[in-house]
Design a protein around this ligand. Structure first.
Ligand code: TRP
Length: 336
């Protein structure tokens, strides 16, 4: 999806919840590509702190995690001057549009969201209207920027589809108002699997801490986790069906070094899994080093984080107010 430089840039938007540190899987599958995307697209990245409230969170934790997630986004070096990096709750227009979109969302279609069904089973003692309404707020996040593309994982695909339906419905009633967003499929990120069960995706919510690597794990921890990664008994580094553990390590190694599978196989011919695991761990440490260095730098400067949040919110407000006003007018709210 290379773009002609003459044309105005297309807009890509994504938000990320602050409640857990992204994994190596999130990094290689998504975040790493954001930096590349930020060169070719007009990018808007946010911390979805309002979405985090849909399940019970400790207030002091949420405050801390929101700053940390913002610091992590800033550490990606996305060029906060050209792009917009913001905290969702600092931009009140999102919530306002969300209310309006509620009135153009069918109860039935919202009830079909599989993530709502899963989460309400998981948090059966606290199934709130907010949890139910979460995809509508997400639709507001997307539509309020007139976003062209949204990079989404499979778990968010249905929500993006809902946002598209709401946009089309609204446009159908009131005339062209919202850009109908598409999933972003420009750069295909890698799918990284759990180090303990390589048939399951690496997930930050995995109860086994050895199953996933956080982007902020220290080199020691990274080495330990890769050392205990599940493999097979063949003791031969090759990419093949049935060798899920080794395939996963080869994918990770390939993403971090740029080497293809054939090259990796020949480099490790005759060597054992122990050597390979160490090499993968070292490649991951190197891959994450610049991000971690930037992060440590940013997180140490709380005033700078606040300043960036403020600037991001101002820019976001400017862009989003245009859409909100348009919508308010179209639905018949008297603007005085
Ligand atoms: N719901 C997304 C998640 O949990 C986060 C999110 C909120 C989002 N608003 C968004 C993602 C808008 C993309 C676009 O991962």
């Amino acid at each position: 999806m290379e773009q002609n430089v003459q044309e105005p840039k297309q807009r890509v938007l994504s938000l990320i919840q602050p409640t857990s540190v992204p994994t190596l899987g999130n990094y290689l599958g998504a975040l790493k590509n954001w930096k590349k995307m930020a060169r070719d697209y007009d990018c808007i990245f946010g911390v979805a702190d309002l979405h985090a409230l849909t399940i019970r969170v400790e207030p002091s934790m949420l405050r801390k995690q929101t700053q940390e997630m913002l610091a992590l986004l800033l550490a990606l070096d996305l060029d906060a001057e050209k792009n917009i990096v913001f905290v969702q709750s600092h931009v009140h227009t999102h919530s306002e549009l969300s209310w309006l979109l509620n009135c153009y969302t069918q109860f039935g279609e919202a009830s079909r969201m599989t993530q709502f069904k899963d989460k309400s089973r998981k948090h059966a003692d606290n199934v709130t209207v907010g949890l139910f309404d979460y995809p509508v707020l997400m639709a507001a996040d997307i539509l309020i920027y007139q976003s062209n593309y949204v990079p989404v994982g499979v778990d968010q695909k249905q929500h993006l589809e809902l946002a598209r339906n709401i946009a089309e419905r609204f446009n159908g009633i009131y005339g062209q108002t919202f850009t109908v967003p598409e999933p972003f499929i420009g750069t295909k990120g890698a799918k990284v699997m759990s180090l303990q069960d390589p048939t399951a995706k690496m997930s930050k919510s995995d109860p086994n801490p050895k199953a996933s690597v956080s982007v902020l794990d220290s080199p020691d921890v990274i080495v330990k986790k890769f050392k205990s990664a599940v493999t097979d008994s063949e003791a031969c580094v090759r990419y093949a069906e049935g060798k899920d553990g080794i395939n996963n390590l080869m994918t990770i190694y390939s993403c971090c070094t740029g080497l293809d599978y054939a090259q990796i196989e020949s480099d490790f011919a005759g060597k054992g899994y122990g050597d390979f695991k160490m090499a993968v761990a070292e490649a991951v440490i190197e891959e994450l080093r610049p991000l971690q260095e930037n992060y440590n730098h940013v997180i140490a400067d709380k005033a700078c984080i606040s300043d960036c949040a403020k600037k991001g919110a101002e820019k976001a407000l400017y862009v989003t107010q245009k859409t909100l006003r348009k919508v308010q007018k179209k639905v018949g709210l008297w603007q005085g």
